[in-house]
Design a protein around this ligand. Structure first.
Ligand SMILES: *Cc1c(COP(=O)(O)O)cnc(C)c1O
Length: 386
């Protein structure tokens, strides 16, 4: 598949129709173990499904091809994938982490991995100087998200890759918001990519899954395979099948997600009830030009701040089509209120300082008709005037 264009890889990657039946989809190998012909000779190399399962293996091959890595690993959730990657490090090692990192990533670092001696430090990665300043001999990795949640700030991926190479440390990118359809960090020099495949890759809000992909020549593939098999947070065969099915349509879904988002942003920018729009795909956004050097589009996540005369509570209550929910990346549009949901654990004064006001709303734009989404936002804004 390596010589094919991306949309073709999405549809045909990871699996070729099997010789016995010609089935165009990978079967769901719902088995825990495999018969051995004789001692030390497992059939086709398969031994036990925590170690390896053909359905999961097809998915792992597919995501490695899509991200341009040497190997892919599928886990039971995004957090399981991220935790497995963090297990590559030792007590005493320090990881620099983007300051607006996903809450669950912060939590597992702060409450679990620190108990085992792993250290972390938050850094505003949008300025490369901030990263470089913090590097000392204990720092073994830089972990970033771009765009960040919920303000969609952009970090220079090539810059991060360069800094980490210069200092001989690893670079890790959570590529959940962009997907390999829009952004491929490994091609820009990043060592490890992680995903919550629960979001766009699955794409239908019907499964929880995580993926990790390692770049060629890093020596990480064997180490991560060892951790995956040793700690066991693997993705099940049925969910692996569902995730492959989701990935097959990623291209057409992302095209629609993005074009809907661009239409909604054009509307919101001229809407008097809205103070400010955050979307790296719009030329007015501070991250716009940098994003275009490393991603093909601005994605389908946007945030906006209501003008003072409008109530976020009333706005959310009055939406009919767009649903109030955690999560993102599904075919249906979802809205969330960061101040009281994803970022509620941050004290109000700090929230305000980092730009997460009480009037801020985050939208995961689905693939419905854009005009229906705009109509829904319009009527909810009218109903939310204080
Ligand atoms: C949801 C999410 C995660 C966690 O993934 P789960 O599948 O929920 O475990 C990690 N990173 C980002 C950016 C996410 O949005």
């Amino acid at each position: 598949m390596s010589n094919k264009r991306f949309a073709t890889k999405l549809v045909h990657g990871g699996f070729t129709p099997d010789g016995q039946t010609g089935a165009v989809n990978v079967p769901i190998y719902q088995t825990s173990t495999y018969r051995q012909k004789k001692l030390g000779e497992p059939t086709g190399g398969w031994e036990y499904s925590r170690t390896g399962n053909p359905t999961r293996a097809a998915l792992e091959k597919l995501i490695a091809e899509l991200e341009g890595g040497e190997a892919g690993f599928a886990f039971a959730s995004g957090m399981a994938a991220i935790s497995a990657v963090l297990m590559l490090f030792n007590a005493g090692d320090k990881i620099l982490v983007s300051s607006n990192v996903y809450g669950g990533t912060f939590r597992v670092l702060d409450k679990v991995f620190t108990r085992f001696g792993l250290k972390y430090e938050l850094v505003d990665s949008t300025k490369l100087n901030n990263i470089e300043e913090k590097i000392d001999s204990s720092v073994k990795a830089i972990y970033i998200e771009t765009p960040t949640n919920p303000l969609l700030e952009i970090t220079d991926l090539r810059g991060v890759a360069e800094i980490s190479k210069k200092h001989g440390i690893l670079s890790i990118v959570d590529n959940t918001f962009m997907t390999p359809y829009l952004q491929r960090p490994i091609e820009l020099g990043i060592d490890i990519v992680v995903h919550s495949a629960t979001k766009y890759l699955g794409g239908h809000s019907d499964l929880i899954a995580g993926l990790a992909i390692v770049a060629n020549g890093t020596g990480l593939a064997d180490r991560l395979a060892f951790i995956q098999n040793s700690t066991g947070g693997v993705l099940q065969p049925f969910d692996s099948f569902l995730l492959i099915r989701g990935i097959r349509t990623l291209g057409v879904r992302m095209d629609r997600h993005v074009s809907n988002t661009e239409k909604i942003v054009s509307y919101l920018i001229n809407e008097p009830a809205v103070n400010r729009v955050y979307y790296p795909g719009h030329p007015s956004d501070p991250g716009y030009s940098l994003n275009l050097t490393q991603a093909s589009k601005g994605g389908a996540m946007l945030s906006f701040e209501l003008a003072p005369g409008y109530s976020p509570e009333k706005f959310l209550e009055n939406l009919n089509l767009i649903m109030l929910a955690e999560s993102l990346g599904g075919v249906e549009s979802l809205v969330c209120h960061p101040a009281s949901m994803t970022h509620a654990s941050i004290p109000a004064d700090i929230r305000k300082k980092i730009g997460i006001s009480d009037g801020l709303l985050r939208l995961s734009v689905g693939i419905e008709d854009a005009d229906d989404l705009i109509d829904d936002i319009k009527q909810a804004l009218e109903a939310s005037r204080r």
